[in-house]
Design a protein around this ligand. Structure first.
Ligand SMILES: Cc1cc2nc3c(=O)[nH]c(=O)nc-3n(C[C@H](O)[C@H](O)[C@H](O)COP(=O)(O)OP(=O)(O)OC[C@H]3O[C@@H](n4cnc5c(N)ncnc54)[C@H](O)[C@@H]3O)c2cc1C
Length: 235
């Protein structure tokens, strides 16, 4: 489906962690989405010479659910994130959608691994809660989210409740007595290499570019075929 412009009316905005907020909105007419796709938000007048800017945000809610939810990391002095954070319930903003081909398309016999950093977990939340995934989940599913500290963990409730998903929050610099995995997502993959079916798994990577580069290099080193790797790079 080709992208079109939508007027998006804010329903609610709330902090999920000290630096990430969830923005829920409705569109003025139906918007058909596939889990994993994103919205391109117009930031009015924030560009050079007062031109509009555009910023991409993955849809964090499943395609069937309304309102639609975004999960946005506040970036200091970032025009896109601050514009969205300032939008109050009842206000509208403009966005173009649907965009993106980072969608769940694994064959049922394949194992699946989702690997995210920070708000890169957003499209994976949409995927696992989608009707399509729930109707035909993979035989085995690993999901790793890398964040720096415990309070940056996102959607722990959603993922820890999924009966078929091995949910691994990987905390690189825990502040307290963290009993889960300590380290980055690459540390987890290396230290659990013997448990991973490298050839039988489809890998979906989403988040910062450095993580994607490092994980991809590791996957290729382990003999994973390029076709078994899908990625969405945020920055
Ligand atoms: C396909 C796609 C989907 C995206 N989906 C999301 C999403 O669901 N949630 C989200 O928060 N961001 C997402 N992003 C990033 C988003 O588009 C913006 O780049 C980000 O919000 C910063 O915009 P800004 O105008 O506030 O700051 P800018 O001034 O444009 O960015 C400043 C710097 O912030 C850093 N940065 C950008 N994004 C992040 C982030 N998510 N976490 C930590 N640091 C960051 C980068 O170093 C960047 O150079 C996505 C990007 C792409 C390409």
């Amino acid at each position: 489906m080709t992208a079109a412009e939508y007027s998006c009316k804010v329903i609610s905005s709330r902090m999920l962690t000290p630096t990430v907020f969830e923005l829920a909105f409705e569109t003025e007419r139906p918007l058909a989405l596939q889990a994993g796709q994103f919205l391109s938000v117009v930031i009015p007048g924030a560009g050079p010479k007062g031109r509009d800017l555009r910023r991409a945000y993955s849809i964090a809610s499943p395609p069937e659910a309304r309102p639609i939810e975004l999960c946005v990391k506040l970036v200091e002095e970032g025009p896109g994130t601050n514009y969205l954070r300032e939008r109050r319930p009842g206000e509208t903003f403009r966005g173009f959608a649907p965009y993106g081909d980072f969608v769940y398309d694994s064959e049922p016999h394949r194992k699946v691994a989702f690997i995210a950093t920070g708000t890169g977990i957003a499209p994976f939340r949409a995927m696992v809660l989608s009707h399509a995934y729930q109707a035909a989940p993979p035989a085995s599913h690993l999901c790793i989210l890398g964040v720096r500290t415990e309070d940056e963990l996102l959607y722990d409730e959603t993922f820890s409740r999924q009966p078929r998903i091995r949910w691994v929050p990987a905390i690189s610099q825990p502040r307290g007595e963290w009993e889960g995995f300590r380290g980055r997502v690459t540390d987890y993959l290396r230290s659990h290499a013997a448990e991973i079916d490298w050839g039988g798994t489809d890998f979906y990577l989403c988040g910062n570019g450095q993580m994607i580069t490092e994980v991809k290099a590791l996957l290729l080193e382990k003999g994973v075929a390029k076709e078994a790797i899908r990625q969405e790079k945020y920055y």
